[in-house]
Write a protein that binds this ligand. Structure first.
Ligand SMILES: [Zn+2]
Length: 430
């Protein structure tokens, strides 16, 4: 992607609202120590609905947002210590799992992985400071015999296929697929950069993208989705949308770079810049119609502009962090097969990276404007080498950051179990 191409292609959608961003930015991001604890998190029945109740040790500000693909209800608790797994309720027919994780600034995030068709709403007003939060889930199936004990366990349907049963002993079988969106840049009337030897960026990046997707599909527990698998034009928003619809956990856009200086060569990896995020945030707020789509189904309509900007900011700044970690691994991996143009991950305002809920990176595989790089880009063996290098970086990221329920998480649990058993065996032998 050349600077000129970037301007042309992204011009229509990359809206830099300098003045507006200053008006809507500046949400508090100062790290603060956690002061509240989650005293209990439970489900209680209410007719055909199920209510998720969070009791806190003291009042904190909370927000609730929804995420799609898979459908999740998210509760963010400011200045709250992240609860450990044993303090969270087991999954049930409405919510397959309840998870928790730390957020920037000392916040805790609770995530409910909702069963299909389950709808949710907060019974406690979002954006307020409270010590008890209630979230109502409807549309699921409460077990017929549930009134007997009225305990949350009664709702937990043992036969529920969504319930994560002891998967650790059966890795690979029921694991949740780690879906990677592989995005070949350009396409159709948009050829991308053109090499001196007549190579079109759109063609070579599609070849590399296909090889990357094939490598991902070979890996148990992983699956690739190509945003385009042919020579046609897609808008940048369509690319993000396809990735989200496929439930992608990572978005990798494949490009080839070009500059006037034919000596310049090597790979670079980009993630979204904070500035790009800020501009994008301004754009979302300016364009409510697109906002719902961009936030992955998070409705901003009923939220005041300041709260909406905080929600967008929290989601996006965390994603930049995850994207950076993944991009660093891809860059390190590319360095093993190809020289790198820039030794560090670069940050820019590429629209295609602006997915607030999917870690995203853009790989400039090589310089199509450099004769040697251009030959590499058209050589099937080198295309495969580059694709494998990108795969290795992405794979390493998921080994180190295993998504819950994925093969990576199950294998890690299994490795721990084996190690513990070995420890005990050794201890017993002494
Ligand atoms: Zn490009």
């Amino acid at each position: 992607m050349t600077k000129a191409t970037l301007g042309r292609v992204l011009g229509a959608v990359l809206i830099v609202l300098g003045t507006m961003s200053s008006a809507v930015s500046a949400p508090q991001r100062t790290p603060t120590a956690a002061s509240a604890r989650v005293e209990s998190a439970t489900f209680r029945e209410a007719g055909t609905a199920l209510v998720f109740v969070v009791q806190l040790s003291q009042p904190v500000r909370f927000d609730a947002i929804g995420l799609d693909g898979p459908t999740r209800a998210v509760i963010d608790l400011q200045r709250t210590a992240t609860p450990v797994k044993k303090d969270l309720p087991a999954g049930n027919a409405f919510a397959a799992a309840v998870r928790a994780g730390p957020r920037p600034g000392g916040s805790a995030r609770l995530v409910l992985d909702l069963a299909p068709d389950v709808r949710w709403r907060t019974l406690t007003k979002a954006g307020t400071v409270v010590d008890r939060i209630e979230l109502e889930l409807t549309g699921g199936t409460v077990a017929a015999n549930s009134n007997a004990s009225a305990a949350p366990a009664a709702i937990t349907a043992a036969r529920d296929p969504l319930k994560p049963v002891d998967l650790a002993h059966d890795p690979g079988k029921k694991a949740r697929q780690v879906v990677i969106a592989v995005d070949a840049g350009h396409g159709g009337q948009d050829s991308g950069a053109i090499g001196h030897g007549g190579t079109y960026e759109k063609n070579v990046v599609l070849e590399i993208a296909r090889r990357l997707a094939a490598r991902i599909d070979q890996e148990p527990g992983m699956r690739a989705v190509l945003t385009r698998d042919g020579d046609y034009f897609l808008t940048l928003r369509q690319r993000i949308k396809r990735a989200r619809e496929a439930g992608a956990m990572m978005f990798v856009s494949v490009h080839a770079d070009s500059v006037r200086d034919p000596q310049v060569s090597g790979s670079s990896v980009y993630v979204l810049s904070e500035k790009g995020a800020t501009d994008e945030q301004a754009r979302w707020l300016a364009d409510r119609e697109n906002a719902a789509d961009l936030m992955g189904g998070v409705s901003l309509d009923d939220k005041d502009p300041v709260l909406a900007s905080v929600l967008v900011d929290l989601t996006q700044s965390a994603q930049i962090g995850y994207s950076m970690q993944a991009a660093e691994r891809v860059l390190a991996s590319l360095r093993e097969v190809h020289e790198v143009h820039r030794p560090r991950v670069q940050q820019a305002g590429f629209v295609v990276l602006k997915s607030p809920d999917i870690p995203s990176m853009l790989v400039e595989t090589a310089f199509i404007s450099n004769a040697s790089d251009e030959r590499k880009l058209t050589d099937p063996a080198r295309q495969g080498e580059i694709a494998t290098a990108i795969f290795n970086g992405v794979h390493r990221y998921f080994v180190e950051h295993p998504p819950e329920g994925s093969r990576f998480a199950l294998e890690r649990a299994e490795a721990r179990r084996v190690a513990n058993a070995e420890e005990r065996r050794k201890a017993g032998a002494l």
